[in-house]
Design a protein around this ligand. Structure first.
Ligand code: FMN
Length: 150
């Protein structure tokens, strides 16, 4: 199965670490949203970014509008200050993918170092995340994706 991972990581490069761990496990091509060209050659596509104001990065969301209608397999991922809100945080991206016909076969999130706004004054939250355990969990998540039929 040929996999592609597309990501956007702008705050502390937190999601970049997760994207690298997942793509390594899947032997996937890894690209940023800005460098993305086509999904044509791929059977499985992963999309992820940090969470900004309750959703994925706007440029990642906009990218879905440019994709062709397709029933290819996809999965979503993120790092966030509030990863416990994964279902809310991932809602917009997953809805867009679903509306384009894509299959959604996985969803992963973990803590990401967050110094946005007033959090900066207290040194941020989740310093050091994603950590080795987060990245191990990301690899385990990725290893299960290739066995999934639906
Ligand atoms: C402008 C901004 C808005 C953010 N909004 C949220 C949010 O609504 N919910 C959340 O859980 N985390 C939020 N965060 C924290 C980021 O999601 C978190 O730090 C993430 O790991 C950043 O990933 P990145 O380093 O890959 O960009 C926000 C961070 C920034 C800079």
């Amino acid at each position: 199965m040929k996999a592609l991972v597309i990501y956007m990581s702008v705050h502390h490069q937190n999601t970049k670490k997760v994207a690298e761990a997942i793509s390594k496990e899947l032997k996937a091509k890894l690209v940023t949203v800005n460098k993305f060209k086509t999904i044509k050659k791929y059977d499985l596509i992963g999309l992820g970014s940090g969470i900004y104001f309750g959703r994925h990065h706007p440029q990642l969301l906009e990218l879905i509008d440019k994709l062709p209608v397709s029933n290819k397999k996809t999965f979503t991922f993120s790092t966030a200050g509030l990863p416990q809100l994964r279902i809310i945080n991932h809602y917009s991206l997953r809805k867009k993918l679903k509306n384009k016909g894509f299959q959604l076969i996985g969803d992963f999130t973990c803590k990401g170092y967050d110094t946005y706004g007033w959090l900066k004054r207290i040194g941020g939250i989740h310093k050091g995340h994603p950590d080795n355990e987060d990245l191990r969990r990301a690899r385990v998540f990725a290893s299960h994706l290739t066995n999934k039929k639906q």
